[in-house]
Design a binder for this molecule. Structure first.
Ligand code: GLA
Length: 358
């Protein structure tokens, strides 16, 4: 595997005016595998969060173009403390606690990533804030710090996929991530492919969702089988608890689908990649219980559209968005009236960046 995760990012330095930009992501395939050390294939999208910050002082003060109240976080904020201010301030506090930057600063956050849609708006925020506050080092370290920041901010034990994709993505490619080694391989999207995202009309709320329960199920299965990454379907199906059979079977089969899908994309086989995405949705729905009737309905509409090769829920599930792999030009053929929310085409963007403005 090539390893762009080792590429250095970030600008250290005091009293600078900086602009950091971090993309959201859509996951093509490989959900609820990252926290088991499995495989994922996300793609950064052409929607991003921007933080413009003047570094100074011992407090981080950010206003957002989307919310009237400022996030105000002291650099000495206790780890896990929820600051006053808007809900997103807790992610800023999480970054401060995870990085303990030398300087605070004041600035503005703006975003084109839909919030609460399962497109990793929170990872785009933490990665952009970390770079704005002076993180400097390999993209992989940035992602690990931001994963911790997000866990602190949300209280949800999320995996590494979203932050690593936002930090290390390569334009025009999806990123095959081995979540045990954190080694990355960019997988070019075939010419003539179009990636579509359609909103199910219901917000995805990780907090309070069954995400932590699913993770605990996987931990229980792994305690019996060893790392799920190395387990076989036969071993998963031999577990005595029928619930754990389904959870483990999803993870084991999903890891295989991720590798097969990456290979199919590399040889330009959209039909096979789409078929694997459809299988992934069924597995997330039937074995992992993270779909909803709204997500299933959007998948059905997309799969009935000529030019679509496969569709699935993307991210944690429980609401949010569906991703589809299609032939170029399919968006125009989509029956928007049959969908509960917006649908759009996403392009594979590069990873986060920071620049010094002054
Ligand atoms: C959320 C988490 C990720 C991952 C997905 C499910 O997006 O933040 O780490 O676990 O759910 O694949």
């Amino acid at each position: 595997m090539t390893d762009p995760g080792a590429r250095p990012t970030g600008v250290a330095g005091e009293d600078l005016l900086v602009r950091a930009v971090a993309p959201g992501r859509v996951n093509l395939i490989g959900d609820h595998t990252d926290y088991t050390g499995g495989l994922v294939l996300p793609m950064a999208v052409d929607r991003a969060t921007t933080v413009e910050l003047r570094r100074h002082g011992r407090v981080v003060e950010l206003v957002s173009t989307a919310s009237p109240r400022a996030a105000v976080v002291d650099l000495d904020v206790a780890t896990g403390e929820a600051p006053a201010g808007p809900g997103w301030a807790r992610y800023v506090a999480g970054v401060v606690a995870a990085l303990r930057p030398a300087q605070g600063g004041s600035g503005v956050v703006s975003t084109t990533v839909p919030i609460g849609a399962g497109l990793s708006s929170s990872s785009a925020l933490t990665v952009a804030v970390a770079l704005a506050l002076g993180f400097s080092g390999p993209a992989r370290d940035l992602a690990v710090a931001c994963q911790r920041a997000e866990q602190l901010g949300s209280g949800v034990p999320g995996g590494i996929m979203d932050q690593l994709c936002s930090a290390a993505a390569v334009e025009g490619t999806a990123l095959l991530i081995d979540c045990t080694s954190l080694v990355l391989r960019p997988v070019p999207l075939p010419a003539g492919a179009e990636v579509l995202v359609a909103h199910s009309g219901t917000e995805r709320a990780l907090v309070g969702s069954a995400y932590a329960e699913r993770r605990a199920d996987c931990d229980r299965a792994a305690a019996l089988l060893g790392p799920l990454r190395d387990a076989s379907v036969t071993e998963a199906e031999a577990l005595t608890d029928p619930l754990l059979v389904r959870r483990a079977r999803h993870v084991v089969t999903e890891n295989h689908r991720v590798l097969d899908c990456a290979a199919a994309l590399e040889r330009g086989d959209l039909a096979e990649a789409g078929r694997l995405m459809a299988d992934s949705h069924r597995s997330l729905r039937d074995d992992f219980d993270v779909s909803t009737p709204e997500l299933d309905a959007v998948v059905a509409v997309l799969e009935a559209t000529p030019g679509v090769h496969g569709a699935r829920l993307t991210g944690a599930g429980f609401g949010g968005c569906v991703v589809a792999l299609a032939d170029a030009g399919t968006l125009e053929r989509l029956d928007a009236t049959a969908l509960p929310g917006p649908a759009w085409r996403v392009r594979a963007a590069g990873g986060a960046m920071v620049e010094v403005l002054e």
